[in-house]
Design a protein around this ligand. Structure first.
Ligand SMILES: [Zn+2]
Length: 438
């Protein structure tokens, strides 16, 4: 009896640990090219897998050990004239079974990419038609309908709120609008991104409305552009980037900043100003996890680019209680381009060449972020899957090989072998090829 009970206890214990540590299949993505389909399975942790094909009818089976299925997975777009259907079932020993129903026999190759703190684990499956015929979508319209990445650019302040004023009388609201317009122009020149402004003239837009514009557009990213000021030290200069902080993790400096950048909230929107706290905490509760993490990541990419064109005041992305960033479902960053309180920087901010430099750097950072996080259903993601399996990276001062590998979420040895580099020496200006398995 005692032994039996122990046995039962042991089984229960195993089952519990089992479900605690189960991995999650979060998404399945697909792209086609000629006679090949690439399918990517996104998982929240690395799992053992077994992949094989069966006949009568033709199908491919992927058994994922100790894995659960995310309820949000959609498979209706995973169809073409080779793939009939994707469905799920139970494999042996608690595995999740993904079944791909096929029209005919195929060849396949697969590999896994381990995840890390910020990136999913992925299993990549290349399925090739043996007879060589090309693969066409069952629904050609849905292929054409892949959308642009949508970015809302928010020039800070405006109208009755000039923001910070430089020692020679330059208004923050004016120069950040100029930078924002240049950025929007450049974004719209790309074939796969579309930008929208929260204000296009010198008008006052309450902070809440700025966030709402991003949410209504279902933006993939919200970027607020500002210039900083420090009254008692005119020599301070350089860029900083802020994302929304988790509750309580606001340092003193960002509290001061939050006060200043949030000020027009009480000037402009009286009805809301009294509700500031509860509104903020409601948004805070909604805004968790994924969005904040994405905001941090995009902030890091943009900061790196800003560092390459000038001084960076804070080397890490800062977190703050800024209201304009409190959008629960849109990754949001606030860029303090530099200090308008520094007379030299004030002059630069008015200079068209410098404004353009800022716009280019911000755009480059944004694109680098999307290269490793392509939003589903976008042209950007499709192009990445279909066309360019590599991108070129030019080595800059201060880069290390392991940092570059980290940036693109590939392991160091893969990067080395891909570029036929032994050791870790790289030189400034060297072009590295970065394999992209997105
Ligand atoms: Zn500002």
């Amino acid at each position: 009896m005692l032994i039996k009970r122990l046995g039962l206890f042991f089984i229960l214990y195993c089952m519990t640990t089992h479900s605690w540590s189960a991995a999650l299949l979060k998404d399945i993505r697909m792209a086609t090219q000629n006679n090949q389909v690439r399918m990517v399975l996104d998982l929240d942790s690395n799992v053992n897998n077994r992949i094989f094909t069966l006949e009568k009818p033709y199908r491919m089976v992927i058994d994922l050990q100790n894995t659960k299925l995310s309820p949000s997975i959609e498979t209706k777009d995973l169809q073409n004239n080779l793939i009939r259907n994707v469905r799920f079932g139970k494999g042996g020993k608690g595995a999740l079974r993904v079944v791909i129903d096929l029209e005919e026999a195929v060849k396949f190759e697969h590999f896994s990419i381990p995840g890390n703190r910020t990136k999913n684990s992925r299993i990549v499956l290349d399925i090739t038609r043996i007879n060589g015929a090309s693969i066409a979508s069952k629904n050609p319209i849905s292929q054409k309908m892949s959308r642009d990445i949508k970015i809302v650019i928010d020039p800070g302040h405006g109208g009755k709120d000039p923001g910070a004023i430089g020692p020679n009388g330059t208004w923050e609201s004016v120069v950040v609008l100029a930078v924002s317009k240049r950025l929007v122009e450049r974004i719209n020149k790309t074939q796969d991104m579309r930008a929208y402004l929260t204000r296009s003239g010198d008008s006052f837009v309450p902070l809440r409305d700025r966030m709402e514009i991003a949410r209504e557009r279902k933006a993939d990213l919200f970027v607020s552009i500002h210039a900083d000021a420090l009254d008692n030290n005119p020599r301070v200069r350089g860029a900083s980037i802020y994302t929304l902080s988790d509750k309580g993790a606001v340092d003193e400096a960002s509290k001061r900043l939050a006060k200043r950048e949030n000020e027009n909230f009480s000037i402009g929107d009286v009805s809301l100003s009294g509700k500031n706290d509860s509104f903020a905490s409601l948004m805070m509760d909604l805004s968790q996890g994924a969005t904040n993490e994405a905001s941090m990541e995009v902030g890091e990419f943009v900061l790196k680019e800003l560092a390459s064109i000038g001084t960076v005041r804070k080397k890490k992305v800062q977190q703050s209680g800024l209201l304009v960033l409190k959008s629960p479902d849109v990754p949001s960053i606030l860029i303090e381009t530099t200090y308008i309180s520094n007379p030299d920087e004030e002059k630069k901010l008015k200079d068209k060449g410098f404004q353009d430099k800022l716009a280019v750097a911000i755009l480059r950072g944004i694109r680098n972020y999307f290269l490793v996080n392509p939003p589903q259903g976008t042209k950007f993601a499709k192009n990445l899957l279909n066309k360019s399996k590599t991108i070129n990276y030019t080595v800059r001062r201060g880069d290390t090989l392991s940092e570059i590998a980290d940036l693109y979420n590939i392991n160091l040895s893969m990067l080395q072998s891909f570029n036929q580099i032994k050791g870790s020496t790289i030189r400034i200006g060297q072009t590295l090829r970065i394999p992209l398995y997105q």
